[in-house]
Design a binder for this molecule. Sequence first.
Ligand SMILES: [Ca+2]
Ligand SMILES: [Ca+2]
Ligand SMILES: [Ca+2]
Length: 200
Amino acid sequence: MWFRNLGSGTFSAAQTIGASGASSVVVADINNDGRRDVLAMASSFTTLTPWINVSGGFVAGPVVSLSGSTGTNVVAADLNNDSKTDFVVGGRHYRGDGIGGFVYQAALPALLVRMVLADLDNDSSPDLATGGGGSSVLAVLRGDVLATTSFTSTSLNFSAGAPIADVALTQLNADAQRDLVVLQGNPGARFLVALPGICR
Ligand SMILES: [Ca+2]
Ligand SMILES: [Ca+2]
Ligand SMILES: [Ca+2]
């Protein structure tokens, strides 16, 4: 579903994107037509459907099998600098063909349950910060457009001191560096920790 912002603090009634439910969605222009499309992972976490934004609605592109994935959120960006949007879910990297299709590219060398994808070290390549699965380690895979996986094989690890439940990207101060906020702890006793500019 999507809701049009009416500009007065209110939103339109729900408008349907796809008929099926989803466990995670990400918005990106996957066919380079200037319209933002939606990648929706199924509730079962086993498939992903690209929903192409066409005039007046959305149409489904080829469904992508996520067999072997361990993750619960999808992140998308152009990872190999070919101007075509790619996506990562659960330790698996899928490369976009620029017309709405995706093919499996490579497995990534880190536990990837909850992720954010953003350029954290200012070299113009998107980096992947990830945690979850009961681990207290936040791993950062630096982007490398020349690598098969699109990331360096060695991750930078930061111990959060307690199991990580989620990670989010934010801007905490005025230094123009992208910062992270980590939700950690056990159910019923979770707390947020700020990691300002950890990859500078
Ligand atoms: Ca599009
Ligand atoms: Ca690409
Ligand atoms: Ca980077």
